[in-house]
Design a protein around this ligand. Sequence first.
Ligand code: GRF
Length: 202
Amino acid sequence: MFTIGVLASGKGTNLQAIINYIKEENIPIKIGIVISDNPNSMALERAKKEGIKTICIPSYRYKTILGDDIEKEYVKVLKENNVDLVCLAGFMRVLKKTFIKSFPNKIINIHPSLLPAFPGLEAWKQALEYGVKFTGCTVHFVDEGVDTGPIILQAVVPILPDDTPETLHKRIQEKEHIIYPLAIRLISEGKVSIVGRKVYIK
Ligand code: GRF
């Protein structure tokens, strides 16, 4: 069975979308482990409710990275659970080289903008403030940069004249919940290949 590990720090709505999609579509994908750095993450609750194994591995020394020792622990847990693909779903820490090298081309992320526009935090706010007419979301492979890896899928969301950061983020998330599970499915079916920066889907 194709096994994924999900890393999440916050609300976990993307995790929920993945759970629902696997059930509704009845596809052979198992969520082997959900890991959070945040003991209060709703993602942990959502996983427990579904009988999915969870673990919280906090990192108190840093805010934006995990630190070498903690990264090693994440990798150990993911390997112990035979994870084929690591899915970052609102995981608020940047992964460093050792982690990324442990899962070559096997880590993906969902980002709330049309990359390469607006990498980093609160991308929907950045888009709104910049005044672009369209934004969206991107599923991409994770490399050593921040939101710079090869792009797998994107969805477009128009920005409306009376949008607030909240209304815009909500509409972007609706699209995230469609393209993230789909990208995972395509990878699990062996339909995704990477050539240089380009991702091809069969
Ligand atoms: C999403 O907007 C995602 O694009 C970003 O973090 C947020 C996570 O949301 N990386 P949730 O915790 O899945 O609801």
